[in-house]
Design a protein. Structure first.
Length: 219
């Protein structure tokens, strides 16, 4: 089907979980990609994440505001080069606020007004995956904002009780927005598959970038 004749529509995936296709226009995607490339440079740049059990995440990561490591936050890259984490840019925090309004409406629900102060940027190569997990290290109940650039992925959005069913698979394309909060804030989610060579050619990005914005509430 022709995507212009049959545009993808805003969809409520679960209570508090909303998919807004094509939210970032081409120009904003290019600007965000350029910023991600700058943040990926050392010090405190793109790194491979290792879990306490010895596992290795196939998606590489860089953090802003506070540094996430399994399973907590720090002000330095404690599992990398030890450098201070790069600051959260005010414009990116504002983008998070705009995203919540786009997903939930204006005014957004109560409890969603805190400033976004943490960003996790994950880079997925064609064979990268992300297992089912919860974003549970934050103290704030504010919604998680997820932005996609580059290749399309299968995003699996589950339930709050376990990593298994029920879950729903959603294709996230370049420019898509996904917000989850309220009853779905602690839902398990993951990326079982990236679809290589599906991103916009003009973006000149091989792979997928996911920019996840959070409110830490960590003081």
């Amino acid at each position: 089907m022709d995507g212009e004749l049959f545009p993808r529509e805003r969809t409520v995936i679960a209570p508090g979980a909303v998919h807004v296709p094509d939210w970032l226009g081409a120009g904003r995607q290019r600007e965000l990609l350029a910023a991600c490339r700058a943040w990926a440079r050392p010090p405190a740049g793109l790194r491979t994440v290792r879990t306490p059990g010895g596992g290795v995440m196939t998606a590489r990561q860089v953090c802003l505001g506070l540094h996430w490591y399994p399973y907590g936050y720090a002000r330095t890259v404690v599992d990398g080069d030890g450098a201070p984490v790069k600051p959260m840019p005010p414009w990116l925090a504002e983008l998070g606020r705009e995203a919540v309004t786009a997903a939930y409406g204006d005014p957004p629900p109560s409890g969603t007004g805190a400033a976004y102060d943490i960003a996790l940027i994950n880079f997925y190569a064609g064979d990268s995956r992300m297992g089912m997990h919860r974003d549970a290290e934050e103290r704030s109940p504010a919604p998680v904002v997820s932005l996609s650039l580059g290749d399309t992925c299968v995003f699996r959005f589950g339930n709050t009780a376990s990593r298994g069913r029920p879950y729903r698979d959603v294709e996230l394309c370049s420019g898509d927005l996904f917000v989850f909060g309220a009853e779905s804030r602690l839902a398990y989610h993951g990326v079982p598959k990236v679809l290589p060579d599906t991103g916009p050619r003009e973006l000149e990005l091989t792979g997928r970038l996911n920019i996840t914005l959070r409110v830490g509430g960590l003081g």
